[in-house]
Write a protein that binds this ligand. Structure first.
Ligand code: S3P
Length: 181
């Protein structure tokens, strides 16, 4: 699958919090020499606020509106790699964009794996202060898994992989020769 043949040439990484979307997206952007967009980082830059503070001050609904408005606008451009917030798939229009405007990779991991990877909950108000992180993640996963699956063109199960191995799998799928990365 040659990237050049894909409409808009955008790549999307979706998945739960802790699924390495940002880590992999950044690495991928270096290898492919494409613009890297982390939707959470952009929202923080645009508002001058931390995600947690946006949730506290304006609520999740307002955060979702900002996320969707930015995503809808930015995906009109091409040759970008998007590491998306875990809840991007909740919006129907976002799901349509993920399916239509590029190649969407779902980085899948069990709640148990995600819980081990999540150290900083400052960008993750939905799990901050959870007594049982794994159970909280499981509940979120149960609500969202159909959405991730319907958006994904490719599913990569990352539980037993390193970030470099995940990157290699994506490059293989894209049929991009794997050099040093
Ligand atoms: C969210 C995930 C976070 C961030 C916000 C909401 C979610 O991003 O967008 O806290 O609803 O799953 P990451 O998936 O990058 O942690």
């Amino acid at each position: 699958m040659q990237l050049e043949n894909i409409s808009k040439n955008n790549l999307f990484l979706i998945g739960m919090m802790g699924s390495w979307k940002s880590t992999i997206g950044y690495k991928l952007s270096k290898v492919l020499n494409m613009e890297f967009i982390d939707t959470d980082d952009v929202i923080e830059e645009m508002t001058g606020m931390k995600i947690t503070d946006i949730f506290t001050e304006f609520g999740e609904k307002r955060f979702r509106e900002m996320e969707s408005a930015f995503f809808n606008e930015k995906t009109k451009q091409s040759r970008q790699i998007f590491s998306t917030g875990g809840g991007i798939v909740l919006d129907e229009n976002n799901r349509e964009i993920l399916r239509q405007d590029g190649i969407c990779f779902f980085l899948k991991a069990k709640p148990q794996t995600l819980a081990k990877r999540i150290h900083d909950s400052s960008k993750r108000p939905l799990v901050a202060g959870s007594k049982n992180l794994e159970v909280r993640l499981e509940n979120i996963w149960n609500e969202r898994s159909p959405y991730y699956k319907v958006c994904a063109r490719h599913i990569i199960t990352t539980d037993s992989l390193t970030p470099v191995q995940v990157l290699s799998q994506i490059l293989n799928i894209l049929e991009i020769p794997v050099a040093d990365h």
